[in-house]
Design a protein around this ligand. Sequence first.
Ligand SMILES: [Zn+2]
Length: 487
Amino acid sequence: MVQPIRWYHSETAKPRGTELHINLSFLGGARNVTGSRYLLEANDVRLLVDCGLYQEREFRARNWDPLPIAHRTLDAVLLTHAHLDHCGLLPKLVRDGFRGPIYATAATCEIARIMLADSARLQQEDAEFKRRRHQRERRKGSFPEVPLYTVEDAEACFPLFSPVRYGESTRIGDGIEATFYDAGHVLGSSMIKVAVSRNGEKRTVLFSGDVGRQDKPILRDPTLFSEADYVLVESTYGDRLHQDSADMGDSLAEIVTSTRKAGGNVVVPSFALERAQEVLYYLNELLVENRVPRLLVFLDSPMAVSITEIFERHPELFDEEMTTLVGRNKSPFDFPGLKMVETVDESKAINQVQGTIVIIAGSGMCTGGRIKHHLVTNISRPESTILFVGYQASGTLGRHIVNGAKKIRILGQQHAVKARIAQIDGLSAHADRDELLRWLSGLRKAPRHVFVTHGEEEAAESFGEFLRESTGWDVSVPGYGEEALLE
Ligand SMILES: [Zn+2]
C-alpha cells in the first residue's frame, strides 16, 4: 500500500516514538538543477546525500544560507559524484564544523579533491576581483566580498573522505546502512540506496544521483534496481530526448579530415571530467580504425590531465569495450601522437607546431582557462574549426560563438570569427526523459513515492507528469526547504 506523504514545515512538531520514520529535507536540487543536497533523518541519525554548490546565478545566494541543523549533529555525508553541483559546498560544511566521514567511491574522492581545490581558487579570485571593483566603484555588492571558502577549507575536507566500493553496505548508524551502485554518469559516480530499519520494519530510499546513459564510452551502464520504497530521481533532461550519438565518430572523422585538408587546427573546448576523456576515446577509435590520418592531439588542461590519470588508475570502473581496448594496448589515453600538456610553456609551444593538430582545452564554455589562448590563435583562421562538444550556457563566450557572433572579445581584444564553428550533440552525460523512465522501469512494484529532483522547474514538473501518466505512481516535485515524512 502506498502511504501518503505528509508535508510539513520545520515549525510543526515532528512525530516521535518507536515507529519507523524517515524525515527528508530538500536543501537543493529541488526545482532547480544545481546545489544537490538532501538531509535524511532517521533513528537519531542525520546524514546528507550530496552537498552541492548552487551555480545558477539566481540561486547562488543560497550557498551562503546556514544549514537548518547544527553541523556537529550531522553524522555523515554520502557523495554521489565529484561534479561541483554535488560536492562543491563540502568545504563550507567542514569549515562550519562538520567532522564526520564523507563516503564516496575512491575515484570520486580523488576527482573531488581536484574539483574542490580548483573551485576554492576560483572563489578566492572572484572575491578578490569583486573587492577591487567595488572599491574602485565605491559601492557594495549583494554578496560578501569574502570567498565562500578557501583552498585551506577545501583541503580540510580531504582527510574526511572515506572510500567505499560499489555493492558493499556501509553502516552509517543504528539501523542505517548505505550502499553505492554505479550510476554510469562520470567516473566513480554512484546511485545510493539507504536502508533504514527499526523494530523489525525496514524502508529503503534510493537516491539516483545523476543518471548516466547506456552505451556510453568508457563507463558501464547505470545500475537498474528491482525495488525501493522511496526514490529521488534527477530530471535535468526530464522534458527532452537526446539526439542519437551513434554518428559521433562519423561527425568527428569528417571534421578532422576536412580541417586537415584546409590546413587548419581543430580546437575543442571541453570540460575536464568525462567529456575530455570521451573525445580522446572517439579520436583513438578513429585512429585505430584508420578513419583519420595520424596527427598530434594535445590535451592542454592540467585539470583534465590529472583527471585522466585518475581514469588510468581505476580500470576496474571501465566497461567491457574499454577494458578490451586497454588490454590490447590501445588505450585512448595513450595513443601515438597524444600529448598531455601541463606547464604554461608547453602550452605556448603548441602555437609553433606546423600542420593540422587537435587541441582539447578547458574551460568547456570558454569562460576561462587555456582555451582562450587557442581561440585567439585560431578563431580568425577560416581553415581552422572550433568544435563544441558540450552544453553552452547562456551568457558564456562559448554560447556567443555557437550563436554565430561575427566578432567576439577574448582577453580584452576583439577578434573576427572566421573559423568554421561546429557542434556535436548527443554527448550528454545525463539520461533523457525516456532513459529516466527506462531506469525507473526496473522497479518491479510501485515505490511508495517518487520525488522528482535536480531539474529546472519546467523539466521537473514535466517529467513528474510524464511519470505519473506512464506508471500511475505517486509522484511529487519538492521545492527548496520542503520536508517530507516517510513512513
Ligand atoms: Zn553530474
